[in-house]
Ligand binder design. Structure first.
Ligand code: NAD
Length: 360
């Protein structure tokens, strides 16, 4: 049966990079993948067309899709919108919420050809391959009550609630253990159990789950130490699992270890395996429309889609190998170019990946 993929190009460089990812999906189709592609609007693009960042039509199409490929949303044009509920980012948050995409998978993988691009010494990052599993629909970003209030004496205070239900911890824990089983069989759970009760419960549940995954070695680390270890000795990690806020920060830190934000894909999954796949970067309005954007993060997001939502493991690997091949050929978009490499445009990079894919 043909699988449905919804493409949401979005804003800024979104349309340019998704166009290259579609070329790769077309190459997969030519190699036998049975998919049906459709396109929709989200973010600023949707605001311009319909007045809202997540039109009903897009949401319905997203619910019916097996997987969604998103470019990026946002840009200066919409930053001045006073009604926050109508900002482009609300389109993304709405999709996460309505589809219940609770598991955010963010690999930080350093292609050996790009070891020089990292701000850390090559020997510290060379061969880096970490998977950060961030809980995405709970924790302090969503906890109630929250607000800014005024005391009787006129001073104000702000507050948020850091809360996790047992089932939310168990669910993200299982996702992380299962991923660790398929990788290096090491899972590090990051918390702040010396200070926060909610993460004492988190730790207890991770320990409880570990009994079901005897082949995975579970360790625990406080978040402050994890932030330090990521820049001190990042290769000690295989899979990291953590809550929404800690994951937000640590996954950006891990991303920077690899040097270029233009190389990093991500997946957000729900319990049915339905997923939204997108590059980690934003809409890069500063380079939009100039053929400068690196499409590889989006192309690698297609590889994640094939692996995690469509169970097409061989095609996923073939795309990743094709990306390695073009880097071996010395082809680079501007963000990862250095002396001795050949600078190519967004579309030339996409074409090169397709050519390498077809050769494999
Ligand atoms: P950004 O990631 O868009 O850009 C940061 C820097 O990285 C810029 O210099 C940009 O040119 C560069 N860059 C990003 N992606 C690149 C690529 N593929 N190739 C080459 N260079 C690339 O972050 P920002 O500038 O803080 O945000 C710009 C807009 O994107 C804002 O409106 C923001 O809200 C939005 N944003 C969207 C998402 C998303 O859609 N998931 C995520 C982050 C930011």
């Amino acid at each position: 049966m043909s699988r449905k993929i919804l493409v949401l190009p979005g804003d800024g460089i979104g349309p340019e990079i998704t166009a290259e990812a579609i070329k790769v999906l077309d190459a997969c189709r030519a190699a036998g993948l049975d998919i049906e592609l459709s396109e929709g609007k989200v973010g600023g693009d949707a605001i311009d067309a319909t007045g809202v960042p997540l039109p009903d039509e897009t949401l319905e199409a997203a619910k019916a899709a097996d997987a969604i490929l998103l470019g990026a949303v946002g840009g200066p044009k919409w930053d001045k919108l006073e009604d926050i509920s109508k900002r482009p980012e609300k389109g993304l948050l709405g999709l996460r919420k309505h589809l219940n995409l609770y598991a955010n998978l963010r690999p930080a993988l350093l292609y050996p050809q790009l070891a020089e691009a990292s701000s850390l010494k090559p020997e510290i990052v060379s061969g880096l391959d970490i998977m950060i599993v961030r809980e995405l629909t709970g924790g302090i970003y969503f906890g109630q009550p929250r607000g800014i209030e005024q005391r009787d004496d006129g001073t104000r205070y702000g507050y948020n609630t850091y809360v996790y239900d047992e089932h939310e911890i168990r669910r993200i824990g299982r996702t992380a253990f299962e991923l660790a089983q398929k990788r290096g069989k090491k899972l590090c759970s990051v918390d702040k159990a010396n200070v926060l009760e909610v993460t004492i419960l988190w730790r207890e549940i991770m320990n409880d789950l570990a009994r079901d995954y005897p082949d995975v070695e579970l360790s625990h680390m406080y978040v402050d130490n994890a932030a330090m270890q990521l820049v001190r000795a990042p290769k000690q990690f295989d899979v990291i699992v953590t809550g929404n806020m800690f994951g937000d920060i640590l996954s950006d830190e891990a991303a920077m270890l690899t040097g270029s934000i233009g190389m990093l894909p991500s997946a957000s999954l729900n319990e049915q395996g339905q997923g939204m796949y997108e590059p980690c970067h934003g809409s890069a309005p500063d380079i939009a429309g100039q053929g400068l954007a690196n499409p590889l993060a989006t192309i690698l997001s297609v590889a994640m889609m094939l692996r995690y939502s469509l169970a097409e493991f061989e095609l996923a690997e073939r795309i990743e190998q094709a990306v390695g091949d073009v880097l071996d050929q010395g082809l680079r978009t501007a963000d990862i170019a250095y002396a001795g490499t050949q600078q190519v445009s967004t579309s030339e990079m996409g074409d090169a990946v397709v050519a390498a894919f077809n050769k494999r």
